[in-house]
Design a protein around this ligand. Structure first.
Ligand code: DP6
Length: 325
């Protein structure tokens, strides 16, 4: 049986950076994210007893088995859980408003987890699905749910899953993605976070930092206080990036245009606009702001980066199952 599912990407406001178990993908800390409506992946999985290995196609391109080892490993897990023996045809399409850009492992593995588990006959609860998605990519655990989502680090496979804390965001929290560079990142998040864990002397205090930031942002969310949310998210992101700069050898995801964007957002804030920034394992900057300030923020960013390089995103939904083909 074939099954099709869609998952939206998410951007962490409190970052996940570091695993204490690389096989189970158990993180050192909780994290908290916003699922976005504009970026998503739709995946169809069809088990077929005639196949000799899993066949993966992304955006119409066949991916060779040596480049799809992570997916094959993930499919093995689904086979183990379900008793399904066949390999599968997997077709995945990334819906991003412009070429390349923010295609992410979060939406990819959340959609794959949903489609593959259904196609294999498993009927997982959202929590179980979140645990399964986690085994593909940590951030995928959060993309099972919409809106504002917390990933509980847990102590084992069973207790490490995400939970929505506000599935329908009822205040004007929005993000603009500034597309600074659409190329593949040089240091993967997986490699980057491991290097930080292994070599940054500051990693020791990261769990404590996250605990405090998480507590504060949850209060700010309850208060629907966008400037407080933005301020905490921005600080948390820069603390995460400090873990790359302090690794041995040091590395960074920043590029010259990243700093340009940060400076511009700081300037806009001084003029009274409610805007903040966050960044992940790549140079693109995401602006966190209050919807009512969108026209002015878009105009100012557009002058520097070009309107074509800006994507406005609103809170998005969790997993959706589409008609099975
Ligand atoms: C900076 O989820 O991509 O985006 O678990 O190794 O697949 P793996 O890593 P991944 O890391 C995401 C890192 C981040 C922060 C976040 O999304 O919380």
């Amino acid at each position: 049986m074939a099954s099709t599912a869609r998952a939206h990407t998410n951007i962490a406001l409190i970052k996940y950076w570091g695993k204490r178990d690389a096989d189970l993908i158990l993180p050192y800390t909780d994290s908290l994210s916003l699922t976005l409506d504009e970026f998503y992946t739709t995946t169809t999985v069809d088990f077929d007893s005639q196949l000799k290995h899993d066949h993966l196609m992304i955006d119409g391109q066949v991916i060779s088995p040596d480049k799809s080892a992570k997916v094959a490993h993930f499919m093995d897990l689904v086979r183990q859980m379900s008793g399904q023996k066949a390999f599968a045809q997997i077709k995945s399409v990334n819906h991003v408003p412009m070429s390349a850009g923010l295609a992410s492992s979060a939406s990819a593995f959340a959609a794959l987890a949903a489609a593959a588990s259904r196609a294999a006959g498993l009927n997982l609860t959202p929590t179980e699905l979140s645990r399964l998605a986690r085994r593909g990519s940590g951030s995928a655990t959060r993309s099972v749910f919409g809106g504002l989502v917390q990933w509980h680090r847990g102590i084992d496979d069973e207790s490490s899953y995400a939970e929505p804390i506000m599935e329908k965001v009822d205040f004007g929290l929005e993000m603009i993605a500034i597309m600074i560079n659409r190329q593949q990142k040089k240091v993967s998040s997986r490699g980057g976070m491991q290097a930080s864990v292994d070599t940054s002397p500051y990693f020791k205090i990261w769990p404590e930092v996250v605990e405090q930031d998480l507590k504060a942002i949850k209060i700010a969310i309850q208060e629907r206080n966008i400037s407080k949310i933005g301020e905490i998210a921005e600080a948390n992101a820069m603390r995460m990036h400090a873990l790359t700069l302090s690794a041995q050898p040091p590395f960074t995801y920043f590029e010259a245009s990243t700093i340009k964007a940060i400076n511009l957002i700081n300037q806009l804030r001084q003029t009274g606009l409610n805007c903040y920034y966050t960044m992940d394992a790549g140079p693109n900057v995401k602006v966190i702001y209050d919807q009512k300030d969108r026209p002015q923020i878009l105009a100012a960013l557009g002058q520097v980066f070009g309107q074509d390089n800006l994507v406005v995103a609103q809170p998005g939904p969790g997993i959706e199952y589409l008609e099975t083909i």
